[in-house]
Design a protein around this ligand. Structure first.
Ligand code: FES
Length: 165
């Protein structure tokens, strides 16, 4: 019989996550050149790099927090905010832009009370923009997770959002 996966258990136990991060840093040695790799692993472990995680890494690696912050802010793939359960991407490619993509984006910002790159307070949605899903003939388009919604009516976005608990 195979071992049960420990990931879910780990996610509900921050102390266990920090213990594992401590072990990762020990395994990599406290060298500044390993910082990026350790940040990647920390993001995979926690889902995003909170201030607590950045503090912990700085202290464990004997690096100033400003150094850790500098690396995190330089690379766009590091995330310092938790992700929502669903990711909305609003297409702002040429066809969607011309056919009301910005109105869709503005209305989503208002409905969710967030800006691009942010997550709604209920943790449901993270908002992003993208250039072209290849559905230009049916613009404007948005995607939510893996589903592309086409010919989106900017005044009926709630109907779409309601499909995602
Ligand atoms: S420009 Fe939006 S799908 Fe192509």
């Amino acid at each position: 019989m195979s071992e049960p996966c420990v990931c879910a258990e780990l996610q509900e136990n921050p102390q266990a996550q920090f213990n594992l991060l401590h072990q990762i840093i020990q395994d990599y040695e406290k060298r500044e050149s390993n910082l990026i790799q350790i940040l990647h692993l920390a993001q995979a472990l926690f889902g995003y790099l909170s201030e607590d995680v950045l503090h912990f890494i700085g202290e464990e690696m004997d690096l100033p927090l400003s150094k850790v912050h500098g690396v995190v802010s330089f690379y766009s793939y590091f995330e310092t905010q938790p992700h929502g359960r669903h990711t909305i991407q609003v297409c702002l490619g040429t066809a969607c832009y011309v056919r009301g993509g910005t109105k869709v984006l503005d209305n989503l910002k208002k409905a969710l009370e967030i800006d691009i790159g942010e997550t709604s307070s209920d943790g449901r949605f993270t908002l992003a923009v993208k250039r072209c899903f290849g559905s230009c003939g049916l613009a404007p388009a948005i995607s939510i997770d893996a589903v592309v919604h086409k010919r989106v009516n900017p005044n009926q976005l709630q109907d779409i959002l309601n499909q995602y608990p």
